[in-house]
Design a protein around this ligand. Structure first.
Ligand SMILES: NC(=O)C1=CN([C@@H]2O[C@H](COP(=O)(O)OP(=O)(O)OC[C@H]3O[C@@H](n4cnc5c(N)ncnc54)[C@H](OP(=O)(O)O)[C@@H]3O)[C@@H](O)[C@H]2O)C=CC1
Ligand SMILES: O=C(O)CCC(=O)C(=O)O
Length: 438
């Protein structure tokens, strides 16, 4: 079949590698395109990013030595607007990871109805091994190395794994200095997720978790025939997204029965009470991980995955739910807070076991939605209040969920395919309206 994902990728010279995260993600996107009968030229455009920037830059360490770092910015597609997407600091960052995450940004922005395209970046580094000064120098050198590849009208980074509001403030400051842009002009709009005092938006820090919880509020009770107050859940990854999801689920009275991060997995001593999700967030900020949280006991990875819950929330890295984890999971629904957490093999097992998956581009698009609000505020010199941010975010999340449900009915497919199809349909329409392609 000339338009099958395998044929498109083979024509582009990909060597089949089922473990490759980019091939996994792009195959899912192309499958949705194939189902929509998307023309071959659009499938080809989606199959590779428009541009892949790779930089090497030296950074002075505190002891006076220099280290060379590798960074990426991949710009997947900008038909809908400037490239948009986070910057990751992690030792496992590779070109294929960043490419996969950039495609997901194109899909996410389209599904969320934003006038933004998709990009993603990262630096191969373990930020925990650097002092704050080293982290600042690394961020400034990376931003300088990216040069004109980023800009408020062109490509707008944001936080992701291993980066935060402080890193965004350093990026914005470096960009402003290099470009002679003023703080109150469009300079600060070069990145989002900044500290509120320096052009950030209220509500951005919690936005991704908030979006996840809005989706859960709207879709989960019907799927499991239970109110959120009686819902049990577990989470892997208790960083920004995982901990905000936990804190907001706590407000509904949902019970957190297991959490895992790099420091280990824990369960409550008193199952009837569950873990205190709010206190756990503070504890992780203070200690760096969930291990030894008061009122909890350590459990094995297997015990974590087999804990019986209504909902499982992956909020760590890609490809964490493979065949083994999918076989162990003892839940009814998965809300993907992380990007691409489920492998295709894992997904098959979940489908066989009747576990529904709420896909990442729907669940976690709240982060980029509030980033869009921040970008607009910066450009219009406005400051929104939290009620407005939350109300507008809720509208975007509801509209994105409605598009996914409609596409699922129309195409009679799973939620992930439906989400990609809804996103692609909008991208294809804009290509057609602009007269670029039929
Ligand atoms: N921040 C945002 O606005 C958005 C983030 N996302 C996605 O959400 C996910 C989480 O991002 P974010 O919360 O920002 O990142 P953080 O860096 O704040 O948190 C990541 C969490 O994942 C944990 N983790 C990492 N590797 C593993 C592992 N192998 N096993 C168990 N736990 C692990 C980390 O634990 P430890 O600290 O112990 O390493 C940490 O708790 C990512 O997929 C990201 O791309 C998506 C949309 C927006
Ligand atoms: O807020 C943004 O611009 C991007 C967030 C992001 O990287 C993501 O959604 O994966």
């Amino acid at each position: 079949m000339p338009n099958s994902p395998a044929r498109i990728l083979a024509d582009l010279g990909f060597r089949y590698d089922p473990a490759n995260v980019y091939q996994q993600v792009i195959t899912q996107v192309l499958e949705a395109g194939h189902r929509l009968n998307l023309p071959r030229h659009l499938q080809l455009i989606m199959a590779e990013p428009k541009s892949e920037v790779m930089v090497h830059f030296p950074v002075e360490m505190d002891d006076g030595s220099f280290k060379l770092f590798k960074g990426y910015r991949v710009q997947h597609n900008n038909i809908l607007g400037p490239y948009k997407g986070g910057i990751r600091y992690h030792h496992g960052v590779s070109l294929d990871h960043v490419k996969a995450l950039s495609v997901l940004m194109t899909m996410k922005c389209s599904l969320a109805g934003l006038p933004l395209g998709g990009g993603k970046g990262g630096v191969q580094v373990n930020p925990r091994e650097l002092s704050q000064d080293e982290l600042m120098r690394l961020t400034r050198r990376f931003t300088a190395a990216l040069g004109d590849n980023i800009g408020p009208n062109h490509d707008i980074p944001a936080p992701d794994v291993g980066t935060n509001a402080q890193v965004m403030a350093w990026m914005a400051d470096t960009y402003i200095n290099f470009n002679n842009a003023t703080h109150h002009g469009s300079g600060a709009a070069v990145v989002t997720g900044k500290p509120v005092a320096f052009g950030g938006s209220v509500g951005r820090e919690k936005a991704t978790g908030q979006g996840v919880v809005y989706v859960i509020e709207d879709l989960l009770p019907e799927m499991i025939s239970k109110p959120l107050a009686d819902t049990t859940y577990s989470v892997v990854g208790y960083g920004n997204v995982g901990s905000w999801t936990g804190k907001l689920m706590a407000a509904h009275g949902s019970k957190l029965l297991a959490v895992m991060d790099h420091t280990g997995a824990i369960a409550p001593n008193d199952v009837a009470e569950g873990l205190d999700a709010i206190a756990l967030a503070d504890y992780v900020t203070e200690t760096g991980g969930v291990a030894n949280f008061p009122g909890s006991k350590p459990i094995s990875e297997e015990a974590f995955y087999t804990t019986k819950v209504d909902l499982f929330v992956p909020a760590a890295l890609e490809q964490m739910i493979g065949t083994k984890e999918a076989q162990m999971l003892n839940c009814r629904v998965i809300a993907e807070a992380a990007n691409a957490p489920t492998t295709p093999e894992g997904e098959k097992v979940l489908a066989e076991r009747g576990i529904d998956v709420l896909p990442a581009i729907l669940c976690n698009c709240g982060g980029v939605v509030v980033s869009y609000f921040e970008w607009m505020q910066n450009r219009q010199s406005e400051i929104w209040e939290l009620d407005r941010v939350d109300a507008e975010l809720r509208k975007h999340m509801r509209s994105a969920a409605a598009k996914v449900l409609a596409a699922r009915t129309e195409l009679d497919c799973d939620m992930r395919t439906a989400a990609f199809a809804a996103a692609l349909k909008h991208v294809a329409e804009v290509y057609r309206l602009r007269g670029i392609f039929p």
